[in-house]
Design a protein around this ligand. Sequence first.
Ligand SMILES: Cc1cc2nc3c(=O)[nH]c(=O)nc-3n(C[C@H](O)[C@H](O)[C@H](O)COP(=O)(O)O)c2cc1C
Length: 135
Amino acid sequence: MWRTISYVSTADPSLTNAEVNELFKFVKKNNNSKNITGILMYSDGNFFQVLEGEKDQIQSLFEKILLDSRHYDVIKIFDRAIPNCSFSQYHSSFIVLGEKYNHKELQHFLREEKSHNPDNYKNISYLANKFMKLS
Ligand SMILES: Cc1cc2nc3c(=O)[nH]c(=O)nc-3n(C[C@H](O)[C@H](O)[C@H](O)COP(=O)(O)O)c2cc1C
């Protein structure tokens, strides 16, 4: 069983840019080693994250994330099953995007979502673009 969870949250105001970068580095490494894919973005003191992977792993990771004091006011956007076909092959790596980023990575992620998880695509693309002030 495969699952995807997405949420937005507010970063703890005391979190420094260096700490956000540390978190990004940790998340990328940890998620790639566990075949968890998706995206984590930070903009203007808020996080937006999409997690995709094996159901139990995603659920227990999300429970940990909920308890993390580096952010609060976590609002779930969706939490649903996804087909497992070719799943971990299409996103080659977990993507992290800070304020200064190459938006090509985001567009690539969105294109892949559109073909593999069309149900998620509309929500994600609207929010991700708004979040990064691209539209
Ligand atoms: C906004 C936000 C997003 C996070 N995303 C992830 C993630 O995708 N993967 C991950 O392993 N940890 C993530 N974390 C960190 C976890 O909350 C937790 O600190 C980490 O998994 C280490 O847990 P452990 O010490 O129990 O291994 C995130 C934390 C925050 C604040």
